[in-house]
Design a protein around this ligand. Structure first.
Ligand SMILES: *[C@@H]1O[C@H](CO)[C@@H](O)[C@H](O)[C@H]1NC(C)=O
Length: 155
């Protein structure tokens, strides 16, 4: 708990640099864990999050994507807010979408895509598997395509 407390304070102190006007606030719940509130701060990067985080507020932080694996270690997370962010829904959003499907009841309100136009306002968890098919090993599919073209030429 003491170690976690240090980590809990750490993002707060790093975020109080002059570059960011509004730091993340970290509140300790003696038995339940920590609340990390970064809402309404413009985050250039996501601060270190202790695995003891039970509540995480990332609304209106200007996030356009979530780095793969970000929430994986937060196994005690009970509440997460992500709304008001300009999420760009391309291959990089796949991690968040898969995580949301498995953790439906953790998010306070469904985050939506802000761009591209095709999926504007669409809840991220409702992006279909088809939406992400082009993300699967593009170099491999390119090879298959080249082989097929090559075979057509031979014929
Ligand atoms: C988080 O911080 C913002 C900005 O200071 C505040 O408006 C909001 O109420 C806080 N949210 C929670 C859940 O503490």
């Amino acid at each position: 708990m003491i170690v976690s407390l240090i980590f809990c304070i750490f993002p707060m102190t790093t975020m109080t640099s002059p570059a960011s006007a509004h730091p993340c606030r970290c509140t300790v719940h003696s038995t339940e864990g920590f609340t990390v509130n970064c809402s309404s701060s413009k985050l250039s990067s996501i601060p270190y999050l202790t695995p003891d985080t039970t509540e995480l507020h990332l609304s209106n932080t200007g996030l356009s994507t979530v780095p793969p694996g970000l929430f994986d270690k937060l196994v005690g997370l009970k509440k997460l807010s992500l709304t008001g962010n300009p999420f760009h829904c391309d291959c990089r959003i796949q991690y968040l979408r898969n995580w949301l499907l498995k953790n439906k009841y953790v998010v306070t309100k469904e985050p939506t895509c802000a761009s591209p136009n095709l999926v504007t306002q669409k809840p991220i968890s409702e992006l279909s598997d088809e939406f992400f098919t082009s993300c699967l090993k593009p170099s491999c599919t390119n090879w298959i395509y080249l082989i097929i073209i090559g075979m057509l030429f031979c014929v």
